[in-house]
Design a protein around this ligand. Structure first.
Ligand code: SF4
Ligand code: SF3
Length: 555
């Protein structure tokens, strides 16, 4: 096998024997097979679009299937086989419609005739057709292959955000068209390094649009986030824990579990859900947050005394001591986990989750009483922060706020990730820390105090709320009549999976410079591509907190 799509990749080089994420060579090859099938669907979808044929189902399917191939999402050969079958079915249906509408032959590339042997060994077939370096020719082969991988991985992140946005009723045909176009470009042998750089940055542009749509979907459905205190201590009683990113599915769980005497807790990237006022008002049994980031789930899920639902990434191979109370939905799947299929409008029937929660002990009075009453405040998205923009601007002008740091991104298990905790601990008292995504769990419960009534630590939201952080930066730059890069703002980001790749490409597409990235730079960036990013955007790897902090404050 070969995979290097995430930060955890073995020896910082590539997983060759088995995935560090728990992905087997077999599953890795079926991911590759699925990507190949989506690449074979792409030119057909593009042709159909050009002829005015409705491709909507294939578009949404493509985004969901891309999502399934991301790190820590789908480990199930049988579930992945269903995705492969559907990709071919969507493609054949569109081919048929094209032929009916235009019987004179339309030239489509050979890839559209690829037919996997669904009764054969899918893994072996995937291994044969995976995107490989050896198929690359010419003097720029290494760099073009690197940019192809960057495009593909960023596209997975952007497509998954587009799928989230679709789920909350927001779509843009331009995104779907681009997803097919970029997948189709992977077979193009005529593109130069410059062409690939341009396409890679286009992934960033399209991801910005996907995050914007998701923001619109969330705020339209649940209101603009407001600063909200979230308890980290449990209450006695039966309990459900919801992990991942999907706020719409969290709402469905809340709806179906209302009046059942069950308390619902968030885990990982669902913490910011508490900031959405309509969700809190409608469902008072959405109570608190349990645990920290995804990489601690084996301990945290095992200890949780109720049912657990994982809605999106990041799923780790579940331990047998909790797999009977863990349920997956959407593109997430693991061989021996119970997967709840979508019923009405993509929402599963969560009865098995509710029954499991009722059958488990829940939090006892003793445990609840013994847990120290701790809380964190969430909900500092663009609307909330910009509603106090005057206070922020005054504090900067009067010298009370010296600098802003955006510290966040995807978390992981590497020891070097303590950098982010140490960095935040060393940020001077006259600076504000904005944070987002699961990287925040390194320091989310620290009390950094206030500056002139403004909290020094503000949680902007999930990784997709990078959109919100960008809106805040743009508004501040406008207020100070300067370029975003001239603001007293430094971005110290951590990356792990492909959503982070998409967010990074968005920031580069917007021309944001001086980003510090860690804990390591992506293995799929060739030395020349890395040099190009560092020359053009001054993208740098993190060093040690003291040194980076001093450099940011000196800029
Ligand atoms: Fe390795 Fe990451 Fe690929 Fe998993 S997703 S196989 S950890 S590179
Ligand atoms: Fe975390 Fe997986 Fe990316 Fe959404 S939950 S940030 S790593």
């Amino acid at each position: 096998m070969f995979c290097e799509q995430c930060e955890q990749t073995a020896s910082g080089d590539g997983c060759h024997q088995f995935g560090a994420c728990g992905k087997s060579p077999e599953v890795n090859s079926i991911h590759d097979l699925l990507i190949h099938c989506l690449r074979s669907l792409a030119p057909v979808a593009l042709q159909a679009k050009a002829m005015g044929i409705d491709t909507h189902e294939a578009d949404v399917f493509t985004c969901e299937a891309m999502f399934a191939t991301m790190t820590n999402v789908n480990f199930s050969p049988s579930s992945l086989k269903t995705y492969v079958e559907s990709a071919i079915a969507h493609r054949e249906l569109l081919k048929e419609t094209i032929q009916t509408q235009s019987p004179e032959s339309i030239l489509l590339p050979i890839i559209v005739d690829f037919v996997p042997d669904l009764d054969g060994n899918l893994s072996e077939q995937g291994e044969k057709i995976a995107l490989k370096f050896i198929s690359q020719v010419g003097k720029d082969a290494v760099d073009i292959f690197s940019l192809k991988l960057t495009t593909l991985y960023g596209l997975k992140g952007a497509a998954s955000y587009a799928f989230h946005a679709y789920e909350v009723g927001q779509e843009d045909e331009a995104i779907y068209h681009f997803v097919h176009r970029a997948l189709d470009a992977l077979r193009d042998q005529s593109m130069s390094v410059e062409d690939w750089v341009a396409l890679t940055l286009e992934v960033g542009a399209i991801n910005f649009r996907a995050m914007e749509l998701l923001d619109t979907g969330h705020t339209t459905s649940f209101g603009h986030p407001v600063p909200t205190k979230v308890s980290l201590a449990p209450v006695p009683g039966k309990a459900i824990l919801v992990s991942g990113h999907d706020i719409r599915q969290l709402e469905a769980i809340l709806k179906q579990s209302a009046d059942k005497g069950i308390t619902v807790y968030t885990h990982g990237e669902l913490l910011p859900a508490h900031g959405y006022p309509k969700l809190k008002q409608t469902y008072p049994h959405l109570y608190g947050h349990y645990g920290t980031a995804w990489q601690n789930q084996t301990k945290e899920f095992a200890k949780f005394p109720g049912a657990v639902v994982i809605t999106t990434n990041c799923l780790m191979p579940p331990h047998e001591n909790y797999n009977d109370k863990l349920f997956s939905i959407g593109p997430v799947s693991y061989p021996y986990l119970t997967h709840l299929p979508p019923a009405e409008q993509g929402i599963p029937d969560f009865t098995p989750v509710i029954n499991k929660a009722l059958s488990l002990p829940g939090f006892s009075e003793d445990v609840a009483a013994a847990t120290p009453p701790k809380s964190v405040t969430v909900g500092f998205a663009h609307n909330a922060v910009l509603s106090v923009a005057d206070t922020v601007i005054d504090a900067v002008k009067q010298g009370h706020i010296r600098h802003f740091f955006l510290v966040g991104g995807c978390d992981g298990a590497k020891p070097g990730r303590t950098y982010y905790t140490e960095f935040v601990e060393q940020v001077p008292d006259d600076c504000i820390v904005l944070t987002l995504a699961c990287g925040k769990f390194r320091f989310f419960d620290q009390d950094l105090g206030e500056i002139g009534g403004l909290p020094r630590l503000m949680d902007v939201g999930q990784c997709n709320d990078a959109y919100s952080a960008i809106q805040i930066a743009i508004a501040l730059a406008d207020a100070f009549e300067m370029d975003v890069n001239e603001l007293p703002l430094s971005m110290i980001l951590s990356w792990y999976e492909q959503k982070a790749v998409a967010v990074l490409l968005t920031l580069l597409h917007l021309g944001i410079k001086d980003i510090r990235l860690g804990p390591t730079v992506p293995a799929f960036l060739s030395p020349n591509v890395l040099q190009l990013l560092s020359d053009t955007y001054q993208l740098k790897a993190i060093t040690v907190p003291e040194q980076d902090l001093a450099a940011c404050l000196a800029d």
